[in-house]
Design a protein around this ligand. Structure first.
Ligand SMILES: [Zn+2]
Ligand SMILES: [Zn+2]
Length: 324
C-alpha cells in the first residue's frame, strides 16, 4: 500500500463523482484494488537493462506471473532498491515468479529469461505454439544457449516446461491464484499475443507488440476488443497495458508492426464503441516506448493531447509498483 500511486486515488475520486453524472463512462463498480504490477523493464529497445517485463500478482500475494521477460535481473534489483520487495533478488526470481508469459520471441521480450536461466527455478513458460516453437528451435538449442527446457535439443535439462496456450481458452496459472486467456496479435511477420489475466472477478489485459488492424490488414485487435468489451462495460477491466512504440511522424511502412499515439486512439475508439462506454477513467498503461528520449517525450505529448476520452494514461517506471 505504501507505493499506491497517486492516479489510483485520482481515479477513485473521479469515479465517485461519475456515479451521479454519467451512465456511459467506465462503471465505478468494484473500486477495491485487485492487482499489483511490478515493471521490471518498460522500454521498447536499445537499453538492455530496461526491456519489456511486468510481474503481476493479486494484491497481497507473492505468487507472480511475469508478462514478457526482456529484462529480469536489473529490474528486480531496481525494484528492491525502491523497496517494492523486501527479500533478496534471487528469491524474487526463483520463488516469486511462478511462470513466464512470452508474447512473442523477439529478443527484447525474452533475453532476460535466457540469460537468467542458469540461476532460475523450475517453472512454466507459457505462450502460443508458434512462439514456443521459436524459443525451442532458436534459443534453448545447445547452439545459442543450453537447453533448460523439456523439449527440443538433447539433453533436455527440464527446468522449464513449455505450456502451450490455445487462443480463447482460459487456464489456471500454476502456483498462483490467477487465470489467463491468450489472444493472437499481428506484429509484422510474427504472431504476437495478448494475455487476459484474471483474479477472481477482475482482469488486466496485457498486449505484446502489435500493429493496428488498418496497417496490418488484420482483424486481431477488433476480435480482442469484442472479447473484452463486456468486461469494460461491467467495470471489471482494471487496466489495459498496450504498446506505443513510435510518435505519429513514423511512416506506415517503417512501423514494423507497432502502434503510434494516433493508431492507439483509433483502436480505443473501437473498444469504446463496442463496450458502449466512453472509456473515461480507464487505466491505460503505455508500454514499449522506443528510445531515443526525444522520441519518447514526443509520444507522451502526442498521447496526452489526443486523450480526448480522459482515460487514465500511465507511464510505468522500472521497479515502481502499480496497483489497480
Ligand atoms: Zn517485437
Ligand atoms: Zn518489442
Amino acid at each position: 500500500m505504501l507505493f499506491l500511486p497517486i492516479f489510483v486515488f485520482a481515479q477513485r475520486k473521479h469515479q465517485a463523482k461519475l456515479k451521479h453524472k454519467s451512465v456511459s463512462a467506465v462503471p465505478a463498480a468494484n473500486l477495491s484494488l485487485s492487482f499489483r504490477v511490478v515493471p521490471l523493464g518498460v522500454l521498447g529497445g536499445i537499453d538492455e537493462s530496461n526491456l519489456s517485463a511486468y510481474m503481476i500478482a493479486p494484491v497481497g500475494s507473492d505468487n507472480y506471473a511475469c508478462l514478457d521477460a526482456g529484462t529480469l535481473h536489473a529490474g528486480i534489483e531496481k525494484a528492491i532498491e525502491n523497496k517494492a520487495f523486501s527479500v533478496r533478488g534471487d528469491k524474487v526470481l526463483r520463488q516469486y515468479i511462478k511462470g513466464y508469459f512470452i508474447s512473442h520471441a523477439h529478443l527484447d521480450h525474452i533475453s532476460g529469461l535466457i540469460i537468467n536461466s542458469p540461476e532460475d527455478s523450475t517453472k512454466n513458460i507459457y505462450g502460443l505454439n508458434s512462439t514456443l516453437e521459436i524459443v525451442k528451435t532458436h534459443y534453448f538449442t545447445w547452439e545459442s544457449w543450453a537447453n533448460f527446457a523439456d523439449d527440443g535439443g538433447s539433453p533436455q535439462l527440464k527446468k522449464y516446461h513449455y505450456s502451450v496456450l490455445q487462443p480463447g481458452t482460459e487456464i489456471p496459472i500454476d502456483n498462483t491464484e490467477m487465470h489467463v486467456q491468450a489472444f493472437p496479435l499481428s506484429h509484422s511477420n510474427l504472431t504476437s499475443t495478448a494475455f487476459l489475466v484474471r483474479n477472481k472477478d477482475s482482469y488486466v489485459l496485457y498486449l505484446g507488440d502489435t500493429g493496428a488492424d488498418e496497417i496490418e490488414k488484420s482483424q486481431n485487435l477488433h476480435k480482442l476488443w469484442e472479447a473484452v468489451a463486456p468486461l469494460v462495460a461491467a467495470g471489471k477491466l482494471k487496466a489495459l497495458m498496450i504498446e506505443v512504440s513510435f510518435p505519429n511522424e513514423q511512416p506506415d511502412k517503417t512501423l514494423f508492426g507497432h502502434l503510434t499515439p494516433r493508431l492507439l486512439m483509433n483502436e480505443l475508439d473501437v473498444l469504446a464503441q463496442l463496450s458502449g462506454t466512453t472509456l473515461k477513467g480507464l487505466n491505460v498503461v503505455v508500454t514499449h516506448l522506443k528510445p531515443p528520449y526525444k522520441s519518447i517525450s514526443k509520444i507522451k505529448t502526442q498521447l496526452n493531447y489526443a486523450n480526448k476520452r480522459q482515460m487514465n494514461l500511465v507511464y510505468p517506471r522500472q521497479g515502481k509498483p502499480l496497483e489497480f
